[in-house]
Design a protein around this ligand. Structure first.
Ligand code: AMP
Length: 428
């Protein structure tokens, strides 16, 4: 066993897994661009307050999952547990409200949550997070969901499920909670799990998405918030569903899907995939019309979505998806003799300067062993140089797929390779 291991809940993404990652990230960047989202980078850590206010004190994240530390200057900082709060902080800080609205931003990178590690749940995971800030139109909610849809579809996902709910706004949610939900939950209090009885005191809405088995019967029969939305929220929800239906994006209404904070408004959705076991959420999002204000900006609507790359990769593997391979150096130099090796080093340098990939065999192994290395390295062409051929100003070039071999004048080798390797697709 190695003396040191990656910290609990973290993992190394080894070269053999990188094709999946490149694939997913490539598709994510393409989809974001197609919807007019611009990339942004925000720091890996922020002032703790940004997350306490921006994610919310009633959440699991803030209550028990943040990596918070004091820096040497005595400031309280926190490793980002999600992107939205930091992106909204940047939107406010850089006065982006004077830009044409909405401002559509997306970011990709690691986020940190002190969770109990298990399959598909890590303490460091990677998110792509898309935020559309400054637009209240339900079309913005639709676009965000559609983008998520396109992301999974472009990766060939089979059977993703979209669950959708509306949790209203600060005008209609409190009366629903106070006059409808709480009295109902209280009336069946004895049937609830102890944790949910506690939630009923602190944040009753969260009882709805409880995972506790004993509480299921009670929450399944709970009166749903969508029957108690104000006319504006109701209209917003209807319009979003109209777009989803019009473009045939299937979803399931789930009145138990919630985010228990005041500044999350209206739309909430979650995307689940098969083959992941308990941790089957591959993405989720919703509207946060109160968030900009909570972080010190002017009232500004917003809606966003985040997807977890690790779980997407796990799901792709479970579905047997094959990612496009990463490019390997196209040319491998095999040499026999001292002068030949020096020539190979110089030629490889020229090949690389032309923008192609080239490898030279290390050491002085047999030609046969070097040929094996070339094919393991995934090269397309092998250039074989011997001291004898050099004397004639020639090298042998072998196309590994076809086995075809020919002599090429050494001075013309780089142009010869460049022509073949940059043609539509390199024919031998
Ligand atoms: P959330 O902000 O919790 O909605 O997370 C957005 C997405 O990130 C989820 O749908 C998951 O795909 C992914 N995710 C969240 N937490 C974890 C975790 N601990 N480990 C791996 N992926 C996660």
């Amino acid at each position: 066993m190695a003396r040191y291991q990656a910290p609990r809940g973290t993992q190394d993404v080894l070269p053999e897994d990188q094709p999946y990652w490149r694939w997913v990230l490539g598709v994510a960047h393409d989809v974001a661009a197609r919807y007019g989202f611009q990339p942004i980078e925000v720091p890996v850590f922020e002032e703790t307050e940004v997350f306490v206010r921006g994610v919310g004190t009633g959440t699991d994240i803030v209550e028990k999952e943040m990596y918070t530390f004091e820096d040497r200057g005595g400031r309280s900082l926190t490793l980002r547990p999600e992107f939205t709060a930091g992106i909204v902080r940047a939107y406010i800080e850089h006065g982006m409200r004077v830009r044409p609205q909405p401002v559509k931003l997306y970011a990709v990178g690691p986020v940190f949550r002190y969770e109990a590690p298990q399959a598909g749940r890590y303490r460091q995971h990677t998110q792509i997070s898309c935020e559309c800030i400054g637009e209240a139109d339900p079309l913005a909610d639709f676009e965000i969901m559609c983008m998520a849809w396109d992301l999974y579809a472009a990766l060939g996902f089979q059977a993703v499920q979209f669950q959708l709910n509306s949790i209203g706004c600060p005008r209609c949610r409190p009366p629903y909670i106070r006059d409808v939900l709480v009295p109902y939950l209280r009336s069946r209090r004895e049937e609830l799990n102890a944790l949910d009885v506690e939630r009923l005191q602190k944040n009753p809405l969260r009882v709805l998405d409880t995972k506790e088995p004993e509480s299921q019967a009670v929450v399944n029969e709970a009166p749903s918030i969508t029957a108690h939305l104000c006319p504006e929220c109701s209209e917003h929800f209807a319009q979003l569903r109209f777009y989803l239906d019009m473009l045939e994006r299937p979803y399931e209404l789930n009145p138990r899907l919630v985010r228990g904070l005041d500044y999350y408004t209206r739309t909430v959705f979650e995307v689940t995939a098969q083959g992941l076991g308990a941790q089957n959420a591959v993405g989720g999002g919703g509207r946060y019309d109160g968030l900009v204000e909570v972080l010190g900006g002017p009232p500004t609507p917003g809606v966003g979505f985040a997807a977890g790359i690790e779980r997407i990769v796990l799901a792709l593997k479970a579905q047997g998806a094959v990612p496009p391979p990463l490019p390997a150096p196209q040319v491998f130099f095999v040499h026999r003799g001292r002068l030949a090796k020096d020539a190979a080093v110089a030629l490889a340098d020229q090949v690389r300067r032309r923008g192609l990939g080239a490898l030279v065999a290390f050491g002085e192994r047999s030609v046969k062993a070097q040929m094996r290395q070339a094919s393991k390295a995934g090269a397309e062409y092998v250039v074989i140089i011997g001291d004898d051929e050099l004397a004639h100003g020639e090298v042998q070039v072998k196309h590994l797929d076809t086995g075809r071999q020919e002599a090429v004048v050494q001075a013309e080798l780089v142009a010869w390779l460049h022509k073949r390797l940059t043609a539509a697709h390199s024919a031998p």
